[in-house]
Design a protein around this ligand. Structure first.
Ligand code: SF4
Ligand code: SF4
Ligand code: SF4
Length: 254
């Protein structure tokens, strides 16, 4: 029987730290197994080939310049499937911190006297500019979820994102709640799918997957009150990953 050709995969990055792509290299043997199913033609972090003929584009990073807009549209035109990869690409991630200030103020703060020479715009997730077919959340992405999404792509199936909070996974993992340790945790309003990765490892949730669709803001407020915390204590944590989620949470609360 004639073997089906392997789909060609290319990786691209925009405004980011390239930590998401590193997760592919961190897969070890699983990554080698993956290369039996797909042909990687462009992956700057691990190979020198720069193929421009691809079926699947896996794109990391936020859109934050006019040139980024032009480039992501070109990638979209060539790719049959476009995957937004990581928090920067899916919710604008840490790059959205600059959106909290007027653009000129942010530029002046970072670049000083050279601010006028810098071409930059507010940070945006990819789907503000182009259609995205699959989302892989997290900063950096959670390897079991990367594999689950890739399986869905290769089987031609959708990958529905979980629409419940990290707390659900955290409870199933029988963790002691971080609020019991006098810490603020974003788990009650953050979209699940990472298997409460940070809490399992002794940390709290920082909200890197963005808000669940209908955040239980009132439930979270009750938790804050119970532990003597204020809204401001929580909102500042949203500025780390997703400025717009912080604003949405603010509205849900008031
Ligand atoms: S999502 Fe996190 S790991 Fe990925 S590029 Fe952005 S900052 Fe880096
Ligand atoms: S608030 Fe955080 S630590 Fe507590 S149950 Fe939810 S996810 Fe777990
Ligand atoms: S626990 Fe929270 S911060 Fe950690 S990976 Fe999951 S969503 Fe991201």
């Amino acid at each position: 029987m004639k073997k089906r050709p392997r789909p060609k995969v290319a990786f691209f990055d925009f405004t980011d730290c390239e930590g998401c792509q590193l997760q592919f290299a961190n897969m070890g043997r699983t990554f080698l197994e993956l290369t039996k199913l797909v042909k990687i033609v462009n992956f700057r972090e691990i190979m020198s080939e720069r193929g421009q003929d691809y079926d699947i584009a896996i794109v990391e990073g936020s859109i934050s310049t006019d040139n980024d807009i032009k480039r992501i549209k070109e990638i979209r035109e060539k790719a049959k499937i476009l995957v937004a990869f990581g928090s920067c690409a899916t919710i604008a991630g840490v790059n959205a911190i600059k959106n909290r200030s007027p653009l000129e103020v942010a530029k002046k703060t970072v670049y000083g006297d050279k601010a006028n020479t810098i071409n930059t715009i507010n940070a945006m997730p990819l789907d503000k500019v182009v259609k995205v077919d699959y989302y892989i959340l997290n900063c950096p992405p959670y390897i079991p979820e990367i594999i689950a999404v890739l399986k869905s792509i290769l089987m031609g199936k959708p990958y529905p994102l979980p629409n419940y909070a990290v707390c659900v996974e955290c409870k199933m993992n029988e963790n002691v709640c971080r609020y019991e340790k006098d810490e603020e945790c974003m788990g009650p309003v953050t979209r699940a799918g990472c298997n409460s990765w940070c809490i399992n490892n002794g940390n709290r949730c920082y909200g890197c997957r963005g808000l669940v669709e209908n955040p239980a803001a009132n439930g979270h407020k009750e938790i804050l009150l119970k532990y003597g915390l204020k809204l401001e204590d929580i909102l500042q944590h949203f500025t780390l990953y997703n400025d717009s989620a912080g604003e949405k949470y603010d509205k849900e609360f008031k």
